[in-house]
Design a protein around this ligand. Structure first.
Ligand code: NAP
Length: 519
């Protein structure tokens, strides 16, 4: 069986001791094993700080952008190989795998584009300068400089390629070296990406290291200039936040966690309209893409009560057309969940939501998968639950079922009522509203925006161009308040600020301009 090695201090290293076995979630056959036992975590961090950091800081933004561009090209060049690995180890359909792998190379390429605009600078000027004295000579200017530490990236199992790329692109452009750690269960794709990048020699020594397996005591070695960007469950996030390096040591942490994203159909939307078509398409896609294992997936669907039966029937129609099974079979449109643990969690989640709701489609998710060995694989079919009282259903508003599961709630149709239900999610990455009624949207959007990192407004005007709320774009911020972790990533050059220190410079204006590279 293949052993996944970690890449630390410029070498590929196989961990010692007990190994974790990674499987094909459609067949449960082993595909690889890995361990980080015996790896020198402190040495890896020091290697990044002493070699990777200085090499990246020596480069201008444009030069770092060239590195990021070459990373994108190397990943794209190995696209077919990576798609095959995602199908095998993550249970992705080919479409799901493209979403992950192309999303990763596309995000890196977008950051290469942002770098071009930053040009030959090494310091990022923040906003306009400010006259501080009687004359413009005494001046103030905010600016961002790269932190002199290491960026540790801990990712969730659902996006091994994009999750790696969306964090690495920003950190490397900011000038921080990266130690990346994919979720162990689906680490094959991220492992192969790092192999490709190491072989292509596109990064300076120490700028990128990989840990395949547990992070061990890594966090205990983080120092004041280091950062951790974490994506995963809020339970793990809560444990990580309590680490002394964050509580009192000065290291930074950014968290992307759970999210009960909502999709709301506006009261103005008519049967058969383009806006209704967009809504149905987005809900059905988000429920089933990556088998619902997407942090941005729609979990709560709110529909005016007089249309709830019709919309539920239209969604059931779309969901019944989805062929579930082994993605190695070309007929399949939805693969398995990624792990046995995921299957157990999703089944428990369906049970919990079902105790308070009615069946809309799919019952408890039992399914006869196509192309999988009998009795094998972590399959669950799409499940739509229904309730006439979405404000009162605790499981719907409090428990994220990380699978192809959503609950449709009927509501009165007024903006304040919908906002009250949406806010019960206590903070989300993205919610979407579908309406062409400006008065409704003008009341509704500001009423939910403080609980969201992003609000998607679907209307007839954007129907032909929109990738839907589930697609995270590099130019817009990704993250959300409250339950979603309180973090923020991407957003074009906004994302750099996590990896850089904002400092206010005060002094002679001409001197400041020369320090900042403006003259
Ligand atoms: P998880 O169990 O919290 O694991 C996430 C990552 O944390 C994995 O790499 C895991 O490594 C690592 N980890 C676990 N315990 C750790 C510890 N004590 N110290 C350091 N690292 C530790 O989450 P998951 O099951 O992979 O992901 C599903 C969750 O992620 C869902 O709740 C979903 O909402 C959330 N998610 C959020 C976003 C977002 O952008 N907001 C995106 C995707 C997913 P091992 O695999 O080695 O255990």
């Amino acid at each position: 069986m293949k052993t996944l090695e970690s890449y630390v201090q410029g070498r590929w290293v196989a961990g010692t001791g007990v190994r974790t076995t990674l499987v094909n979630p459609s067949t449960e056959e082993p595909v690889a094993e890995t361990s980080t036992g015996g790896i020198d975590f402190a040495g890896a961090l020091e290697h990044a700080r002493s070699k990777g950091g200085p090499a990246l800081r020596e480069m201008t933004f444009a030069q770092r952008g060239e590195v990021v561009k070459k990373m994108s090209q190397a990943i794209h060049g190995a696209r077919d190989e990576l798609l095959a690995l995602a199908i095998e180890n993550a249970g992705n359909t080919r479409g799901d795998a493209k979403f992950d792998v192309d999303g990763g190379s596309g995000t890196l390429m977008a950051y290469a584009g942002f770098a071009e605009k930053l040009g030959a600078a090494r310091i990022l000027v923040d906003g306009e300068g400010i006259q501080l004295g009687r004359s413009p000579r005494f001046f103030g200017q905010h600016a961002y400089v790269p932190r002199h530490g290491v960026a540790v990236h801990v990712n969730a199992f659902n996006f091994p390629a994009w999750g790696f790329a969306e964090k690495a692109a920003v950190a490397i452009l900011a000038g921080m070296p990266v130690v990346t750690k994919p979720a162990t269960a689906t680490a094959v794709v991220a492992h192969q990406i790092v192999r490709i990048l190491v072989d292509a020699k596109v990064l300076p020594e120490g700028a990128l290291q990989l840990l395949c397996g547990s992070v061990g005591d890594l966090l205990s070695h983080l120092q004041g200039q280091d950062v951790l960007a974490f994506t995963g469950s809020s339970d793990t996030a809560a444990r990580l936040r309590a680490a002394p390096c964050f509580v009192s040591g000065g290291a930074r942490i950014n968290v992307e966690a759970d999210s009960l994203n909502a999709a709301i159909l506006g009261p103005d939307v008519e049967e058969g309209s383009e806006t209704e078509g967009l809504f149905l398409e987005d809900v059905a896609r988000d429920m089933t893409q990556k088998a619902g294992q997407k942090c941005t997936a729609i979990r709560r669907v709110l529909v005016p009560a007089d249309r709830a039966d019709r919309i539920a029937a239209a969604l059931a129609d779309r969901l019944s057309a989805i062929v579930v099974g082994n993605p190695a079979d070309e007929r399949v449109r939805m693969g398995p969940l990624a792990t046995a643990q995921q299957l157990a969690d999703v089944r428990a989640g369906i049970e919990r939501v079902s105790a308070e709701t009615d069946d809309g489609f799919g019952g408890a998710g039992k399914v006869d998968p196509v192309g999988a060995p009998a009795g094998k694989g972590y399959f669950v079919g799409p499940v739509l639950r229904r309730t006439p009282r979405p404000l009162d259903v605790r499981a719907m508003n409090e428990h994220e079922v990380f699978g192809p599961v959503a609950t449709l709630g009927a509501w009165s149709g007024d903006a304040a009522g919908a906002a009250q239900i949406v806010r019960k999610g206590q903070g989300a990455l993205v919610s979407s509203v579908y309406s062409d009624d400006r008065a409704f949207l003008t009341a509704f959007v500001p009423a939910i925006a403080p609980w969201h990192g992003r609000v998607f407004i679907g209307s007839a005007k954007v129907a032909g161009q929109s990738p839907g709320p589930g697609t995270v774009l590099p130019s817009l911020t990704h993250g959300g308040p409250g339950r979603a972790g309180g973090g923020e990533e991407l957003g074009g050059t906004r994302g750099l600020s996590f990896y850089m220190q904002r400092t206010a410079l005060q002094g002679d204006q001409a001197l400041l301009r020369s320090i900042l590279g403006a003259e």
